[in-house]
Design a protein around this ligand. Sequence first.
Ligand code: SF4
Length: 214
Amino acid sequence: MSKKNAEAILLRLHELYPQTECTLDIDDNVFHLVVRAVLSAQCTDVRVNEVTKVLFEKHPDYMDFLEAGEEKIGRIIKPCGFWKAKSHYLYEIARMMRDDFDGKVPTTQEELMRFPGVGRKVANLIVSEMFGTPAVVVDTHCMRVSGRLGLSSGKDPLTIEKELMKILPKEEWAPFGHRMVDHGRTVCNARSPKCEECGLLDLCPTGKKKVKHG
Ligand code: SF4
């Protein structure tokens, strides 16, 4: 994919989704976004936002998580699924904040990825949303849609992230990820992409092929 084609796609995405943002709730507490991102594995952002409203009302910060313990946290986060593993991760994250990071969430991807339940996708989300470090968040929507659009050809998130970083301007990295989620959820679904009504059809090799061959 040439930079010129990528620019055309980027421009169109701006037209189609002028306002875009992270679909997980964000407040001014970095720990809260870490918790929401960990809970969002195999769970919808809508449910995570609902559950964490209750969770943070009862246990607003990492010290409260340590005081409450895994059991209590687990009972509240149960609707998010995999609650035993997730409550263990959250407790450990709170403990590491206390013991290793001076009560703060670390600011680099490398340090964040020392937390259990935090992979590159979550680390990129935290640094780009909370610390102003440009990063592409490659989730399942971004992988699928950027592949179909011909913006990436890699099969794993890290390769795709590197490909996208090469062709997108830095200031677009974070919003591009959000727009991939917008488009993937509304039009370019995993099973049945709505190519005929897609605003990117004229720029999309996969869509053109699909429409041509029926
Ligand atoms: S044309 Fe089809 S495959 Fe391409 S982005 Fe649109 S919905 Fe997805």
